[in-house]
Ligand binder design. Sequence first.
Ligand code: SF4
Length: 181
Amino acid sequence: MGVKGEDAEATAALSDSVIITQLDKIVSWGRKYSFFLYPFITACCGMEFMSVAGPRYDIDRFGAALPRFSPRQADLMMVVGTISHKQAPILVKVYNQMTEPKWVYAYGACTVSGGMYDNYATVQGIDTLIPVDIYVPGCPPRPEMVLDGLIKLQEKVVRERHVKETKGVSPVGEADDRIVT
Ligand code: SF4
């Protein structure tokens, strides 16, 4: 009788965990193919972004079709171009307005590290301001690199649990989670 009771408890616990695992997979699959971009475009990398978004490279194939121009409707911020210290508070404000879960894509050398602009006016990498999930350097990055970065981000989304902790504006603690292409 005792053994039967334990079996029933174990079965109930197992069925709970199996359902949760499958739900995670379904949610992750949906998220992977339904990014809503917020393009934060400030400089010349924007030309290459247009190429990626156009029919030749067709970012729509990866479920990242429609840019959203309200951060409240977006879950993927693509930071494209040089960020000056004057623009930094705007970037942080827009990031904070996005709903969870959300991801940040550092597009091009300037967003990754400041690029060639090693000067007092330029932010030396947007991860000094907000958490970054994927880094794609290049000046500008080739469209193939951009798509490769997006695929890596999709893989990361699949690995995440659907219940995601809220990110703060500090990059501290996010380092293990980040991808550099
Ligand atoms: S990485 Fe190069 S192409 Fe992109 S914004 Fe900076 S200078 Fe322009």
